[in-house]
Ligand binder design. Structure first.
Ligand SMILES: *Cc1c(COP(=O)(O)O)cnc(C)c1O
Length: 859
């Protein structure tokens, strides 16, 4: 018989142990090993049995044991110390508190969070990144207030069928079994309500997780007020159809803002000044904020300016299929008809999400229209995103599409092996305290680092054997058949890790291109390699499951099964084991489809070496000697041929470079040339890949400017927002009248030489605008074969007289600062001090007939 409802009955802790409850309910334990040590001491055997889950530990520990601990002076002293340490961590001023006029609160929205394996509310990179973002924010004192959904079944756990087919299981979680507390107002749970078409409504309650200093609000639709369909909205992560997804995104975006308002009201927490939305999923938050402001008597356009100023949008995928889109009708039904918000016309909403296909509503495009600041997650991804979304800013060069980038980072205390953290604390304390002093890593003896690498590799080998045995038992093997598992993998052998979600662009099976060649590498008598693989396919992705099956079938073969293993159920715990234990981290995506990738950063911080296609973060930070770049064949159109070329390059690198170095040992047994690369990896990548660096970049580059912009627009009853909205409207209407009528250059003679100056004069028709509304610029520099300017420089031209007929004369001096093909043109863009980018309004005027210009191109 199955229970129809479940809940967890919580222990009542003796008063002496109250602090234990406090420690368990702050997820800081997930990156604080000293706190975990204390939990282990509560009951070591039980701690192992509950899989290091502190809530489960408290639920299962016996009364007798608790009574014993309550009388144990030594334990109580340690508990008091740990509680003091947490309180200090929660309140002491940190990096952010030294920033001049910082925002009081920043709201952060993500559909998933990877904080601890015991909270399976994540599926992959986006969630792990969000978790690391919150933890690093907490460490730096950045006042983030985060919002997400609480999925009753989380993401699935994975096992294998006897045939190697992925099987999914959805464990039932209940909030009582997680370190969460229900948001209450005067003793009653706070309820969020969102109207749905046809007189229905979606209700949710709000759970609060404390991630160090950062509160994380999780909306949960499993409440009695809901009908069955509404109850199931937060049943699982990325499950169900389009309607289900729309409901989840409504709850996250609209419900999320409402949850924040309630939380701030009930707890006195500061209201966010900046809203950071990740991927399109939370995009409806901008609509909810427009609703709030329009109900407070701003016009739609004025509200839009206020919202844009304070919103940061981060796009996380360059894969078009990864962009979130809905049928337009669905959005019209949700925000129109009997369910419309009186102050927010549905046509305006539809226009925000309009894209090339008129039947689609595009959440990413809406995200960009609702945010004044937009970024991708690596330099290459920024570049790819500018190209992908350039239609939103027609007429602008790619360089000027206002999408920047902040490269992802990882949270060291979560991902770095404890032995390395302790080594760092001993040898280079400034690393942990300030993230500085990486050059001192060179002073640490090779032997110390190698010794830790060997410990971590051995731990991985043991962990892999345990997991493999369990997997074979699940696949139906009897213990008697599994003796061989004790000898799987070898703690001395060069270990390559490959773990990731399994969308096709990540090419799980690239290494199987030439099975014989792979087998030779694995079984090489002198310089063998071993490979540890993990990854989940999306439950609806049959193709991905086939790839997993191919890998599993290969790894099942008796002649190689001691050298290559597939470990089911890639989660944070397995991820930690892998990134810490592997010598080499392999990544072979189809360039440029990996937005950033972060697992290789985790490996690097553990002294692993990256072996990767130059994509995402690796394209940016590979320096020739801090790992290996697999040459990409991204100009080759035939995908099979491309795979073949890249796989061959991979095998060659492993054989001739990687294994060669790893097994080249000095008299003392140490691989000196290998350690040289490890140290170079740590010193060159260490300072860059940290989530703390990422957070500082977000704060300085995006959060603080957004807070300032929002502040300026909102001051004096939104006076500046009203003025800016009126200006935008005026300029947009008048723009068809703005023209570059005439351009001429002189002063350089027939044979221009470098160092000469070109005197430029331009006549601009202003339409109904004033010179102060416009920026007139020369664009000049290198030209390509079709007279296109390549990464041009810009020079502001000076306004002169304005004729009676509304023509203004501009002039300036362009330096001929380079030899070779040189070109120039003149352009006009709107100008306003509150615009964050020249392309902000998407308006530009250039000469109509560039070819007819005098001296336009000098050859
Ligand atoms: C780090 C991590 C990811 C993301 O890694 P990528 O390099 O982006 O593939 C996904 N899942 C888990 C469990 C991780 O630890």
């Amino acid at each position: 018989m199955r229970a129809i409802r479940r809940f967890t009955v919580r222990t009542v802790l003796p008063a002496e142990l109250a602090a234990l409850g406090e420690l368990v309910h702050n997820l800081r334990w997930s990156w604080h090993p000293e706190t975990l040590d204390l939990f282990a001491e509560v009951d070591p055997a039980l701690w192992a049995q509950v899989g290091h889950d502190p809530v489960a530990l408290l639920g299962a520990v016996s009364h007798e044991r608790l009574a014993e601990l309550a009388a144990d002076r030594r334990f109580l002293r340690r508990l008091a110390d740990a509680a003091d340490d947490l309180r200090e961590y929660m309140t002491a001023p940190r990096w952010y508190q030294a920033q001049p006029d910082g925002a009081h609160a920043i709201a952060y929205f993500s559909p998933e969070y990877g904080i601890a394996a015991a909270m399976p509310q994540y599926s992959g990179g986006l969630g792990i990144l969000a978790g690391d973002h919150l933890k690093a924010a907490s460490d730096l004192g950045v006042p983030i207030l985060a919002v997400g959904l609480l999925y009753r079944h989380g993401y699935f756990t994975q096992s294998l069928s006897p045939e190697g087919w992925q099987l999914e299981h959805y464990p039932s979680l209940d909030a009582g079994g997680l370190p969460l507390s229900l948001l209450k107002d005067d003793g009653a749970p706070v309820k969020i309500r969102i109207g749905l078409p046809g007189e229905r409504a979606l209700h949710a309650q709000v759970w609060v997780a404390q991630v160090g200093r950062v509160p994380l609000l999780l909306l949960d639709s499993d409440v009695a007020e809901n009908d069955n369909a509404a109850r199931d909205v937060t049943d699982r992560l990325y499950g169900g159809g389009t309607d289900h997804r729309l409901m989840q995104e409504l709850l996250l975006g609209v419900g999320g803002v409402r949850a924040i308002r309630s939380y701030c009201r009930v707890t006195g927490h500061a209201e966010p000044e900046v809203f950071h939305t990740n991927e399109g999923h939370a995009g409806f938050l901008g609509l909810e904020r427009i609703r709030e402001l329009t109900e407070a008597r701003l016009s739609f356009d004025e509200a839009l300016e206020v919202v844009r100023a304070g919103t940061v949008f981060t796009t996380h995928t360059p894969v078009p299929a990864g962009i979130d889109r809905f049928p337009v009708d669905m959005i019209a039904r949700q925000f129109g008809g009997d369910n419309a918000w009186p102050t927010v016309p549905v046509e305006r909403i539809l226009a925000l999400g309009a894209e090339a296909d008129p039947s689609r509503f595009n959440m990413a495009v809406m995200g960009m229209r609702l945010a004044q600041r937009v970024n991708g997650v690596s330099e290459l991804h920024g570049e790819v995103s500018r190209d992908m979304f350039k239609e939103l800013w027609p007429g602008f060069d790619l360089d000027e599409v206002p999408i920047g980038s902040i490269t992802n980072g990882v949270h060291a205390p979560t991902w770095v092996g404890r032995e390395f953290m302790e080594l760092a604390a001993r040898e280079v304390p400034s690393l942990l305290e300030k993230g500085r002093g990486w050059e001192n890593v060179h002073k640490i003896p090779d032997a110390e680092i190698w010794n830790i690498r060997s410990i971590l590799r051995a731990r991985l080998v043991q962990g892999a054997r345990d997991r493999l045995r369990k997997s074979w038992r699940d696949r139906g093997a009897s213990p008697a058949e599994l003796g061989w598992v004790d000898d799987v993998l070898d703690p001395e052998v060069l270990t390559i890790g490959f773990a990731r979600r399994v969308p096709s662009y990540k090419r799980l099976t690239l290494m199987l291109q030439d099975p014989e060649r792979l087998t030779e590498l694995l079984l090489d008598p002198d310089r063998p390699v071993q490979i540890v693989i993990a990854g989940k396919a999306h439950p609806a992705d049959e193709g991905g499951k086939k790839l997993i099956q191919q890998i599993v079938k290969f790894a099942d073969r008796a002649e190689v099964r001691h050298r290559i293993v597939f470990l089911p159920d890639y989660d944070m715990t397995l991820g930690q084991l892998l990134v810490q234990g592997c010598d080499v981290w392999l990544n072979n995506p189809l360039r440029p489809l990996e937005a950033s990738g972060t697992s290789g950063m985790k490996s690097a911080l553990n002294g692993g070496l990256n072996l990767s296609i130059r994509d995402g973060w690796w394209d940016e930070w590979y320096d020739g000697t801090n790992g290996w770049a697999i040459p990409t064949a991204d100009g080759v159109d035939d995908p099979d041929r491309r795979d073949e070329l890249e796989a061959t390059a991979l095998y060659d690198l492993i054989e001739h470079e990687v294994a060669d170095r790893f097994y080249d040992r000095a008299g003392d047994g140490l691989p000196r040339r290998w350690m040289e690369m490890v140290k170079h990896t740590l010193t060159s990548l260490g300072p860059k890949v940290l989530a703390g660096r990422m957070l500082r970049d977000y704060v300085v580059g995006l959060y603080l400017p957004a807070a300032r912009a929002a502040h300026v627009l909102s001051a004096d009853s939104q006076a500046a927002a009203k003025a800016f909205a009126a200006w935008r409207l005026k300029v947009t209407r008048a723009w068809p009248g703005v023209r570059v009528e005439h351009v001429e250059g002189s002063g350089i003679g027939d044979t221009p030489e470098v160092g000469a100056s070109l005197e430029l004069r331009a006549t601009i028709a202003l339409g109904d605008l004033e010179p102060g509304d416009l920026l007139v610029e020369a664009a000049y520099g290198r030209v390509g074969p079709h007279d296109e300017l390549i990464h041009p420089h810009h020079l502001e031209l000076t306004a002169g007289d304005v004729d009676d007929d509304g023509r203004a004369h501009y002039s300036g001096v362009v330096p001929l600062d380079r030899t070779g093909a040189f070109g120039y043109t003149v352009r006009v863009v709107p100008h306003h001090p509150l615009a964050a980018a020249k392309a902000e309004l998407g308006l530009i005027a250039v000469p109509e007939e560039p070819a007819g210009m005098t001296n336009g191109i000098l050859r």
